[in-house]
Design a protein around this ligand. Sequence first.
Ligand SMILES: Nc1ncnc2c1ncn2[C@@H]1O[C@H](COP(=O)(O)OP(=O)(O)OP(=O)(O)O)[C@@H](O)[C@H]1O
Length: 471
Amino acid sequence: MSDAIYPNFPVLLVDDEPDWLSSLALTLESRGRISNILTCSDSLQVMDILEKVSTGVVMLDLTMPHVSGEQLLERIAERHPEVAVIVVSGLNQVETVVRCMKLGAFDYCIKTDEEDRIVGSVLRAVRMVEMRREYQELAGRLVSRELRHPEAFSSIVTADRAMLDIFSYVEAVAKSPQPLLITGESGVGKELVARAAHILSGCRGKLVTVNVAGLDDTVFSDTLFGHVRGAFTGAEQVRRGMIEEAAGGTLFLDEIGDLSIPSQVKLLRLLQEGEYFPLGSDLPKSLKARIIVATHQNLAEKEGSGAFRRDLYFRLRTHRVHIPPLRERTGDIPLLLEHFLAEAAQTLGKKKPTHPKGLAQYLATYCFPGNIRELKAMVFDAVSVHRDRMLSMDSFIQSIERLQYQCSTPAGGATRQNPFAGFDELPTFTDAAAFLVMEAMERASGNQTLAARLLGISQPALSKRLKLLKE
Ligand SMILES: Nc1ncnc2c1ncn2[C@@H]1O[C@H](COP(=O)(O)OP(=O)(O)OP(=O)(O)O)[C@@H](O)[C@H]1O
């Protein structure tokens, strides 16, 4: 949650008793952190307010002069079905409850109910309205496929459809108080997406990044929550934790899949309660930052094996995006190549070189386990050693040939499979060679030099085989 008022739509409290209105408002603010509250003690004004202000939730008394709560409930359900109405009444009669629920009430509370019951009901209604609004926003954007703030994504070079859909999604959920989970292999651009989500959130505070991989539980707590003086031996100064650093902004927790179980419990509590205790202090502090988390690991698998808490996993996955690896968006390679060539030339103080025809095609045949970071490093390496106007292909070929084995083994480095192992009847040498040649030509988009490299033979040798195939 940011410093901004919460939720981003008003909760309207309607009751003819001003004292009850102020006490309810106080309870919602202190127990539910709901600060965006409007009150109305005149039932005649309610429909006017709803016309003018985009209210999300109404808490409605039943017994009021002029217009009764039930009449209002009926009108609201008819004219503003998007508003969630919670009836809060002194009447504890089953028939009244049933009638109100039939008229479309979201919930029915009795004024003498425990505070937690009433606050819990409002929080559920707020969450439902938030989700409904996010869904409508998202559906609208996916249909129009238009970004309202494309500048937030300006550092992410792509023309890939899946990536552009991710941008729409991130834009739609950017203002949500719920955490955002970003998954994807290492180097796909998760941090860039987190940065874009932070810009779009409208929070004026900083984006504070913490890589939680390898932090033991004490260091994790100290880093995030900070400590008071004397909290432990050596704690001579107060330490502001990263949550406080990020107040009014975004806290980005990278490598969340590596978090220890005790730290997962603490993170879950922080997300659930919106509160934390600095080490050595028994005075809680409020979370005032939006949380974004990222991991290259498969959290569903980790949850299945018990290495990641289920409750935290479900809490984190409310809003989630998966960034595809570069090998699944090879259409981006020419764009990224141009982008990194310009960046490398500028950084290294050189003139931007042109690249050989076929380089992008050649790169597209490689699996890029390190994704865009790896491509960027390759381009910088090539630019740093090149002397002529035209970039040499050799530096790329050498890097790729050195790393190529990783592509031929499945993720996780399992041993190379024999592709013929499951065949009942083996193909002849001639047939197998013909299939290989056709596959290489396909992968190299018809470029014989590239196809020959993929097969480890010379271009004339490939040309000879192609001629034989045609005959
Ligand atoms: N689409 C892109 N356009 C331009 N640069 C990109 C793009 N995607 C990634 N990069 C660059 O690649 C590098 C890796 O990106 P980033 O750190 O965001 O990846 P990551 O998924 O967070 O990696 P890790 O999991 O290792 O933390 C950065 O230098 C980033 O600027």
